[in-house]
Design a protein around this ligand. Sequence first.
Ligand code: HEM
Length: 482
Amino acid sequence: MLGSLILVWTCIFFVFLLIRIQRPRNFPPGPLPLPLFGNLLHVNMANPLKDFERGWLSFERYGNIFSLYTGSRPAVFLNSFEVIKEALVMKAQDFSGRPQDFMINHLSENKGVVLADYGPHWKDHQRFALMTLRNFGLGKQSMEERILEEISHLVADLDKNAGGTVNPQNVFHNVASNVISLVLFGSCFDYNDEFLQQYIQLITEISKIINGPWIMKCETLPLLRILPLPFKTAFDYAKKLKNMNLSLISEHKSTRLPGEPRDFIDCYLDELDNRKNDGSTFSEEQLVMYILDLHFAGTDTTSNTLLTAFLYLITHPEIQTKCQKEIDEVLEGKDHASYEDRHNMPYTLAVIHEVQRVANTNKFEPFLLGQGTVIITNLTTILKEEGQWKFPHEFNPDNFLNEQGQFEKPEAFIPFSTGPRVCLGEGLARMELFLIMVTLLRRFQFAWPDDAGEPDYTPVYGVTLTPKPYRMHIRRRERVKQ
Ligand code: HEM
């Protein structure tokens, strides 16, 4: 009996030795990975940020580089501004790839730009998007006019609720979605439009699923991917979205005048005509996914930043009032704000940047280094890194103001990332944030409702971070002529 027991335990011990995961020599430190599971059981899957911020995977414990295993695959986390800059800027060639075998790659069918690996396909499409955005007036007045036009609908919508309270979630989602729709489809939608509502709902559902607990388990144990688990509905939703994009493309095909593009889709169709069958990576299937990528990347991030902005502004009324004073002075006698006005509004600009710092919508970015090692840059740590900020752990616009009250941007402010994979919508997003916030603050006074209890700033973990749902009280301001 004893002999059999010893034999069983010896076998178990040898199997364990065979399948155990060992960190290679000189590999960044981290918690001991378990066979098969790696560090899956070490991480709070509902909200890993808690582990990283002040928890047991914090900077204080493992320093600025550490590693975790998803199954038998290592992922290296870069945790400070200096190491991220070194990787993404100084060694950009090595650190600009994307993993191609995550679940999410199956969803996107390895098309589009956000998840594309570093290479000719990504380069051509990134260049094309930047050029198209520029041609449609990014950085010029025409884009500004389009955004202001969209903001006028937002103002009318909020005005209907003046004197009452609103849940700003849908309001900001609609406006961000409409701005990017203008660029992509040449038109924006009525806020109650069925197409828009379905589009946003499908994107929201996919975000929830790809950030849910099943996905992490499937990354760890890829065999699970073939089972009919709840995450499979994400594929049905993605198919519906692709069909919606296909219908938009076919409508464009039937109404376009070649060489006279009205929007991003027309530009891409012109590009296809010009390239004919030159063997390039441009194709209609790419366009379907590319539209989805840009819509997704441009909507959630911008609207969650706005939600964060107003959460902090209504709970810091003194900061709101100081912005309004500056805005009133600079816009005295003008009908509307212009993006150029930012140069005369150092305090408001500082508040917008501080909002982006605390909102930190894109917390982790995955990159692929040779030999299959995934590199994850942890933007959360950098945007609160001691030594980089005057007040790393509080909401304080002074983080972006010098002694003379002039606007100053610390180098570690990288909410749009840095290096070749930097956000390609940065210019558009910055213009949107400025024009929307300035216009709304000029028109309305926003307040935390008396019966709403204590504000909770802890973000909800998701593909992008978002504040917990809240309501805000709205009142028209008297100073502005209607
Ligand atoms: C406040 C708003 C925004 C924030 C904070 C933001 C942030 C980011 C970040 C951090 C990345 C890098 C992600 C990564 O490497 O995984 C990124 C990439 C990207 N963003 Fe944005 N973004 C915003 C708005 C937009 C808008 C409006 C657009 C649409 C034009 C857009 C399009 C993209 C695209 C296409 C990429 C992928 C670039 C590539 O991989 O080459 N973003 N964004």
